[in-house]
Design a protein around this ligand. Structure first.
Ligand code: SAM
Length: 256
């Protein structure tokens, strides 16, 4: 299946989730906040696209209504294997299936809700994926599509620019953002609401931040020299200021 090489297994995603877990200021985690937004009937069949390591469900164990059936999918089979391992003890009705969002192998009107959590920006043929989501949703069904906004990790991007990290270390520029997502969904979903999650990172150790930046490197052309400059910058910043503050800007479109 067609998946970005950074997601062949869960190592890169794990490094990012770990940084957010340790240093986010909002006491309610993203996955807990997102779960609160999932207003879905008690008896429902739910499709998650790009489920990653299954973190949404692991974190919210115990909150899943009895009548929900979940089909968890990802284009990366390595990622799906990790999700299936991580959720094995939950004894919930999960099915794990490799699926590319641009060709969803289910009949029309199969699902009551679709979740696409931080994944639509990875899909180049996004309009095709959104049309597929609309096709497999029942009439009255809901799409929860989360993404990041223009201010996301701004201070990190500024630091990378300032040390001259250049292209090899640049953060991805998501093409489906809190600013641009509504117009892209609008062709298929007449009703769209955006909810934003307020948060920032207050980082007090260099290592997890360096691991995060490493997870964004192109594995075929790792720019070790730039990464070392970044590491020196992070260490001296924490030594002199005690911390590095980084803005987070994320939210979810609720489309029906
Ligand atoms: C940033 S991760 C988010 C994972 C998970 N939803 C989370 O929030 O932790 C993006 C995920 O989308 C998957 N992905 C990328 N392109 C995809 C596609 N075309 N179809 C399905 N999954 C895809 C990746 O393999 C990865 O697991």
């Amino acid at each position: 299946l067609n998946t970005p090489s950074q997601y062949a297994d869960s190592a890169n995603l794990d490094a990012r989730i770990e940084l957010h877990r340790r240093y986010s200021l909002n006491p309610q985690t993203w996955f807990d906040w997102l779960f609160d937004r999932l207003v879905i009937p008690d008896t429902s069949h739910i499709l998650e696209l790009g489920c990653g390591t299954g973190e949404l469900w692991r974190v919210n164990e115990g909150r899943i209504p009895r009548g929900w059936r979940m089909t968890l999918t990802d284009a990366s089979e390595g990622m799906l294997a990790t999700a299936s391992r991580n959720l094995a003890d939950l004894h919930e009705p999960f099915a794990f299936i490799p699926v590319d969002a641009v060709a969803i192998p289910f009949p029309d009107h199969t699902f009551d809700a679709v979740i696409a959590n931080h994944m639509l920006y990875h899909v180049p043929e996004r309009q095709c994926a959104i049309a597929e989501i609309r096709r497999v949703l029942r009439p009255g069904g809901v799409l929860f599509a989360s993404t990041t906004g223009a201010g996301h990790l701004q201070e990190l991007q500024d630091a990378l620019d300032a040390i001259g990290a250049g292209h090899a270390l640049a953060l991805p520029e998501p093409s489906f953002t809190l600013e641009t997502g509504r117009a892209q969904l609008g062709e298929w979903f007449p009703e769209i609401r955006l909810e934003r999650y307020p948060d920032a990172l207050l980082i007090t150790k260099a290592e997890p931040l360096v691991a995060y930046v490493r997870s964004l490197l192109n594995p075929h052309q790792p720019n070790e020299a730039a990464l070392q400059r970044f590491e020196s910058w992070a260490r001296s910043e924490i030594e002199s200021e005690g911390r590095i503050r980084i803005t987070k800007d994320s939210g979810v479109f609720i489309a029906s």
